[in-house]
Structures are given as structure tokens and as C-alpha cells.
Design a protein around this ligand. Structure first.
Ligand code: FES
Ligand SMILES: [Fe+2]
Length: 412
């Protein structure tokens, strides 16, 4: 087994980001958060779901966006395209579709029975003679911008986004083209509200400095071992506002008995199984240095989507701020269909291992946030291998500063 090689100068590669401590305000300041909403969350593409969830015309799913308390409706059209709408009846504002997913020919509001087509047009109004001035054409569902990349459905709250999706996702997305995302036909999901700032939660998935300590009862030994006692990363690549962290596995890990059974039957190497898997078939952007001990890549798409990818499975995290002090975390893992009961068992094992590790992160972040909010941590300090956190920090602050100064210029 070759000893793991970890770079020692990640921060030096990016002198533009500096190397020193930074003010902690973006992690807890209410006024800053209000600016983030306008400067970032209303101006960027957000992930909603996968195309496999709605394969047939009339298939739909509803996506809740906690940051804006919005419910969005994504619908497969008769021509095969996907469109998205605010899930809001134009009569008096009731939520039109209450189910989280399904198939239908039209959407009917349960308040007074107004009906909308798959394309959002207002089709039916009970006792329509009672609305002599109703302009049906203008009372369809309010449409949002939708685009897809490799089967991931994204939405944008602006009717005319400042950047097309491909341009916004940039190099990082191009480098992942070809990964079999579409094979993950089954999914599991967790959702929870964490009393912390959204950036803290993004941070916790972009560094592995904490892995040997925080996760010592769960995943420490699959990721960090004698060859890599501090849980250093294999690599960090910054690509515009996005970034990829490559994480090594501990090839010397000896699984516990039940775990060993699960690993033996998993359809591909799981995130917690200490790496492995064929690397020839990986797209360029995964394990870009082609390290032999590679386990997973954490691909963070600005602002709030993280796709964690291994050779055998992938899962997404989304962090939705509700103010500066609360975050709704949505996690969804995508799995290939299990052929045997043993494979299904292996998948279940991965699911609970991942859940336990994430709960360890969440629990800690609530304590961290209390201290930040009390002003007891005036500066944040980043390790060389926490370059991804420094990058996210600067990206957020840059977006806010540029937006605020352009707003000021526009007003003056
Ligand atoms: S609010 Fe939907 S029909 Fe009245
Ligand atoms: Fe963690």
C-alpha cells in the first residue's frame, strides 16, 4: 500500500485569498445575512431535484425552499421538457398542489377549484360568470426559470437569470460530465433544522480536519489512518465560485463484522468503505490527481449545493438559511437499484452510517454558533487544508460587496 501523499501548500496556490484570520461577522451578523439573500440567493441557480423523478408527461414534484418560504412545482410537459412554477393559486394564493409528487393531467386548487394545465395555464374556473373582468391569460401559474445539467434540475427565481446555467456552473460542471448520475434511480433523504449559520454547515462538509476527532465513533477510521493521521485532503481545486475537495480513504481500515458484510455486498464502493473502485471510468473532475487511495470528492456548487461523489454512489446536501442563525439542511442520497437483498442491506448500512456522521456535525455546529453569536469568536482561522472554507468565505463576501456597491451606484 503506497503511503498517502497530501499537498502541504494549498493556501500558497491562491495568494489572492490571503492566509490570515478573517472577521467572523458573515457567520452571525443579521444585517449581513439580509444582504446575502439579495446578493446571492435571489441571483443564483438552485438545485431542485433529478429528471429521473419525473420521467413521464404529467409527472411532478414539489420542492420546498425554506429560505423564502416558497413552494415550487416542477412538471414534465407533454413535449418532454420540464417547467417550474410557483405553487400558488392565482385566485387567492392557496398552495395548488399539496402532494409532494405524483402524476396528473391538471392541477386543481382545493380552495375554490381553479384548475391549471401542466403548462401552468388557467384552464378552469368554477362559476366563471361571476368574474366578468377575469383575464384568464394573465392568471396562469407564475413561472420560474428552469434548466438542467447532467439530469440535475436547477431553478432561478429571476425570469431572466443573469447567467445561463451552464455558464454559472462553469468548469466544475464540465469536468463532471459523464459520471453515471442517472443510475441513481432510488433515493433516501433526510431533512432537519439546525441552529447555525448556513455557511458553517457548508464549511463542515468542505474540510476533513475535524474527521479524526469529531467522527471518532463513526467514520474517522475509514477516512483517516496511520498514513494520514490528521485527515488531510488529497487536493482542493477552486473553479470560479465553486470548488472540489478530494478526500482519501484509509486503505488499511479493518471493518467491523457487520460493516464487512455490508461492504462485500455493496453495488459499488460506499463513501464509508475506505475508498477503491475503478478510476478509469471517472470523469476528469473526479479525483483529478488520480490518487490511488481516493475515496470521495466533495463538489461544492455555490452557493448552497454540495454533491458528494464516490465511484459507487453520490448524495447531495443543500443548506437553506432561515435568517443568520438557522439552517434547513436537506440531504438526499442516490442509489442504484439493489438486485439482491444483500445489496439492499449494504445500502441501508451506508445510509445509517452517513446519517450518524452528519448528526455529529450538526450537533457540534449548534454549539459553535452559540459562541459566534455571542461575539466570543471574533475571527475565524483556517488550516491550509481548509482552503475551501476560505474560498467560500471570500466568495460570499465578494458577492455581497459587489452587489451592494452596484446597488448604491444605481441609486446615486
Ligand atoms: S385560492 Fe385557489 S381557487 Fe381560490
Ligand atoms: Fe463531518
Amino acid at each position: 500500500m503506497a503511503a498517502i501523499v497530501t499537498p502541504t501548500n494549498l493556501t500558497e496556490r491562491h495568494p489572492e485569498l490571503g492566509a490570515g484570520p478573517l472577521p467572523s461577522d458573515p457567520y452571525w451578523c443579521d444585517a449581513f445575512h439580509q444582504q446575502e439573500l439579495e446578493a446571492i440567493f435571489r441571483r443564483t441557480w438552485m438545485y431542485a431535484g433529478r429528471v429521473e423523478e419525473i420521467p413521464e408527461p404529467g409527472d411532478f414534484f414539489v420542492k420546498n425552499v425554506p429560505t423564502f418560504e416558497m413552494s415550487l412545482l416542477f412538471v414534465r410537459q407533454k413535449d418532454g421538457t420540464i417547467r417550474g412554477f410557483h405553487n400558488v393559486c392565482q385566485h387567492r394564493g392557496n398552495q395548488v398542489e399539496l402532494a409532494s409528487k405524483g402524476n396528473c393531467r391538471r392541477f386543481r386548487c382545493r380552495f375554490h377549484g381553479w384548475a391549471y394545465g401542466l403548462d401552468g395555464r388557467l384552464l378552469g374556473v368554477p362559476d366563471v360568470e361571476g368574474f366578468p373582468e377575469l383575464d384568464r391569460e394573465s392568471k396562469g401559474l407564475s413561472e420560474i426559470s428552469v434548466a438542467t445539467w447532467e439530469g440535475f434540475i436547477f431553478f432561478h427565481l429571476q425570469r431572466k437569470p443573469e447567467w445561463p446555467l451552464d455558464e454559472f456552473l462553469g468548469q466544475q460542471a464540465q469536468d463532471l460530465v459523464g459520471y453515471p448520475f442517472g443510475d441513481g434511480l432510488n433515493y433516501f433523504q433526510f431533512e432537519g433544522e439546525i441552529q447555525c449559520n448556513w455557511t458553517s454547515m457548508i464549511d463542515s462538509f468542505c474540510e476533513t480536519y475535524h474527521v479524526p476527532h469529531l467522527h471518532h465513533k463513526s467514520i474517522t477510521h475509514t477516512l483517516a489512518g496511520p498514513d494520514n493521521p490528521f485527515g488531510r485532503l488529497i487536493d482542493v481545486r477552486l473553479k470560479g465560485p465553486h470548488r472540489t475537495m478530494s478526500v482519501g480513504g484509509n486503505g488499511r481500515y479493518t471493518p467491523k463484522p457487520v460493516q464487512a458484510l455490508a461492504f462485500r455486498h455493496s453495488a459499488g464502493p460506499s463513501v464509508t468503505s475506505g475508498g477503491g473502485g475503478s478510476q478509469e471510468t471517472l470523469p476528469k473532475g473526479l479525483n483529478e490527481t488520480r490518487a490511488p487511495n481516493w475515496a470521495i470528492d466533495v463538489t461544492a456548487f455555490f452557493p448552497n449545493l454540495i454533491i458528494v461523489i464516490s465511484a459507487g454512489m453520490y448524495f447531495t446536501h443543500q443548506m437553506w438559511p432561515i435568517g443568520a442563525h438557522r439552517t434547513v439542511w436537506q440531504m438526499r442520497g442516490y442509489l442504484r437499484s439493489a438486485i439482491t437483498a444483500a445489496e439492499r442491506f449494504a445500502q441501508e448500512n451506508s445510509i445509517v452510517e452517513l446519517r450518524d456522521a452528519v448528526l455529529e456535525d450538526a450537533n457540534t455546529l449548534e454549539r459553535v454558533h452559540r459562541a459566534m453569536r455571542q461575539g466570543l469568536v471574533p475571527e475565524v482561522i483556517f488550516h491550509d487544508h481548509e482552503l475551501g472554507l476560505r474560498h467560500h468565505y471570500h466568495t460570499v463576501v465578494d458577492w455581497v460587496e459587489k452587489y451592494c456597491s452596484s446597488e448604491q451606484t444605481g441609486r446615486s
